[in-house]
Design a protein around this ligand. Structure first.
Ligand SMILES: CC(C)(COP(=O)(O)OP(=O)(O)OC[C@H]1O[C@@H](n2cnc3c(N)ncnc32)[C@H](O)[C@@H]1OP(=O)(O)O)[C@@H](O)C(=O)NCCC(=O)NCCS
Length: 170
């Protein structure tokens, strides 16, 4: 059975902000997958949402089922300096009850289709270790190892490694 039937992928909108913030904050509070330590507010997330319009290099796509946001994927600036503009950093977060049913693949497929006609040359993802599901998902979408930063962040009193992965976009 296809567990993704009935799921719609679309650009994120202002009406999604509360759900998007809740999903992200779950991982802020309970896991090292993001290095934010304090939960973010909906207001802080508004600027983030506005920086991901429906066109261009920096996108926000949400997976929705029956009016509920189940997860999201983004492409964001990799670094600020101008020559980096052809590179994006991608990230993906599913609500804690919605992992393991193919939604990650659905969102990433849509994200990379959306970026296919944009001037994006490389995509990067930083994955706190260990995270088998995320490593597998990124490898399935053509990301290749680009380096390991050892103990680059401290959260919950522990130092964490981050693997960087790189995907050719053009
Ligand atoms: C990472 C994430 C986006 C993956 O999406 P998903 O829809 O849950 O992915 P899947 O269930 O299809 O799993 C991806 C792969 O990992 C494998 N996998 C998942 N959990 C695993 C585990 N504990 N051990 C071994 N393999 C595992 C799956 O079998 C699948 O393998 P395949 O590609 O060979 O079929 C999602 O799990 C998530 O949001 N996790 C929490 C937030 C997070 O870690 N985000 C990424 C930050 S870098």
């Amino acid at each position: 059975m296809d567990l993704t039937t009935g799921i719609r992928v679309r650009p994120g909108a202002a009406g999604d902000l509360t759900e998007l913030t809740e999903i992200y904050n779950h991982y802020v509070v309970h896991t090292p997958v993001t290095f934010d330590i304090e939960p973010v507010t909906v207001e802080e997330r508004r600027a983030w949402l506005d920086s991901h319009p429906a066109t261009g290099r920096h996108r926000l796509l949400v997976a929705e089922e029956a009016g509920r946001v189940l997860g999201y994927a983004t492409s964001s600036p990799f670094r600020d300096k101008r020559a980096y503009e052809t590179s994006v950093e991608t990230s993906i977060y599913l609500g804690p009850g919605h992992t393991g049913r193919g939604l990650g693949g659905l969102l990433y497929r849509s994200l990379f289709e959306a970026l296919a006609d944009e001037d994006v040359h490389r995509a990067y993802a930083g994955i706190t270790q260990p995270n088998v599901a995320s490593m597998r998902l990124h490898e399935r979408f053509g990301f290749r190892p680009a380096g390991l930063l050892e103990q680059v962040g401290r959260k919950f009193g522990t130092f964490w490694d981050v693997a960087w992965l790189e995907r050719r976009m053009a």
